[in-house]
Design a protein around this ligand. Structure first.
Ligand SMILES: [Zn+2]
Length: 126
């Protein structure tokens, strides 16, 4: 089975920290924080299409925010109880790379905010 560890040679130190060790990049540090990109964001590890650039919006959170994944089954969800308030972790369904978290304070109608680390993503054809 494919795993994010298989791609560790191509990951930057920050990407390794986020994707493999489930860390978080510093807010406003990522290159995809602001919306306005075109194309598809891929998993930095396995290259699976994860988010449409057009589904990104500016949540002013310091991280890229998306309304929905590329397809419902390209991501998987895990309960994350590392902080006091439980969060829902989002991982790449193909290689288990940690991507970020999903919150329910997004815009109508779905109210979802996929809060994703820039270093976990790679813009297609960049
Ligand atoms: Zn992946």
């Amino acid at each position: 089975m494919t795993h994010i560890e298989d791609f560790k040679d191509k990951l930057s130190p920050m990407a390794y920290k986020v994707c493999v060790e489930h860390g978080t990049e510093p807010p406003n540090s990522g290159k995809y924080c602001e919306p306005g990109h075109e194309g598809v964001f891929l998993c930095v590890g396995c290259g699976t299409a994860l988010f449409y650039a057009q589904d990104q919006y500016d949540a002013k959170s310091g991280w890229p925010s998306f309304l929905r994944p590329f397809e419902p089954d390209v991501v998987e969800y895990y309960e994350d109880n590392r902080l006091q308030a439980p969060r829902t972790e989002v991982r790449c369904a193909t290689c288990q790379s940690h991507l970020g978290h999903v919150f329910d304070d997004g815009p109508e109608p779905d109210r979802l905010r996929y809060c994703i680390n820039s270093v976990a993503l790679e813009l297609e054809d960049e």
